[in-house]
Design a protein around this ligand. Structure first.
Ligand code: OAD
Length: 263
């Protein structure tokens, strides 16, 4: 075991409160592309201005709605990977807050509870006009093609167009989610930052906020995203090789199986 792995196992093992902060990299091995990978990333093929802004929706709502339906279909076909599962397992036995920038539901499907979504969710559309989230909404059948134009359904309250319930460029983060995330971050002893390039603000402030509050921060990423220092460590590698190994090394010495709690 490397000395960094040993240090991280001991830090996480001894922590009272843990925050797990995730980005697109954690879902990459479930087959959901990241944003900024130069070859496979979403922005290698698409222009965010045409799909991820309120202006884009104003100009061509059918294109934007169809694109998000396609992304939702991609997520529906994906399954949580070993990293999502290991994090979920950690939430069952320890004081762990999961904060994600992802709009997929793979943390929840792995069994993690109370996941904070900083950038919204593919599952909860809202009205472009009155901003309400419809209480009962069911999506059309998943579609196969990335550029299929589909007219968005209408808001049951005001008849405005429904839009994806995600945060677009230039928009504020959901206030309640951000408040909860800041509180958890300022109160944690260790923050694991997994699979994020850390370039989209304000979400990218989270690891720095934890450091300033006196916590240790561990970055898990195939790329060394920061220069390590005494309270900031890097485990360089894929989420599915590192996160399950960490959780395994922290297992109770009795070797007992950890079971998913009954809700
Ligand atoms: P990015 O695409 O910017 O970064 C993905 C990160 O995941 C990179 O640092 C990769 O090195 C890393 N990565 C790739 N494969 C990995 C693996 N198998 N295991 C671990 N890490 C891996 O995605 P985000 O940082 O999530 O915003 O992007 C932040 C925000 O930018 C997104 O939430 C989205 C986008 O615009 C909104 O939708 C508002």
């Amino acid at each position: 075991m490397s000395s960094t792995v040993e240090a991280v196992v001991s830090l996480v093992g001894g922590a009272k409160r843990i925050v797990v902060f995730t980005g697109a990299g954690i879902s990459a091995e479930s087959g959901i592309p990241t944003f900024r990978d130069p070859l496979t990333g979403i922005w290698a093929r698409q222009d965010p201005e045409k799909l991820e802004t309120a202006n884009a929706f104003r100009e061509d709502a059918a294109l934007v709605w169809g694109w998000y339906l396609w992304r939702r279909a991609q997520v529906a076909q994906a399954v949580p990977n070993a990293a999502h599962q290991a994090i979920a397992q950690l939430t069952w036995t320890r004081d762990v807050t999961v904060i994600t920038q992802n709009i997929d539901d793979l943390h929840e499907r792995a069994g993690a509870v109370d996941v904070i979504h900083l950038h919204g969710s593919l599952e909860q559309p809202k009205c472009f006009a009155c901003h309400r989230t419809p209480t009962a909404f069911s999506f059309e059948e998943p579609i196969a093609s990335e550029d299929m134009r589909i007219e968005p359904p209408r808001c049951p309250r005001c008849r405005g167009k429904l839009r994806p319930g995600v945060v677009w460029f230039g928009e504020e983060l959901p206030a309640v989610a951000w408040k909860k995330a800041v509180l958890a971050t300022k109160n944690c002893d260790v923050l694991l930052s997994i699979g994020t390039s850390g370039v989209v603000f304000p979400a990218a402030e989270i690891p720095t906020m934890a450091l300033r509050a006196g916590a240790y921060v561990v970055h898990i990423n195939p790329v060394q995203v920061v220069q390590p220092s005494c309270r900031e460590l890097c485990l360089v590698g894929r989420a599915t090789e590192i996160v399950p190994a960490l959780v395994f090394l922290m297992r109770p010495s009795t070797g007992a199986q950890v079971e998913r709690p009954v809700p």
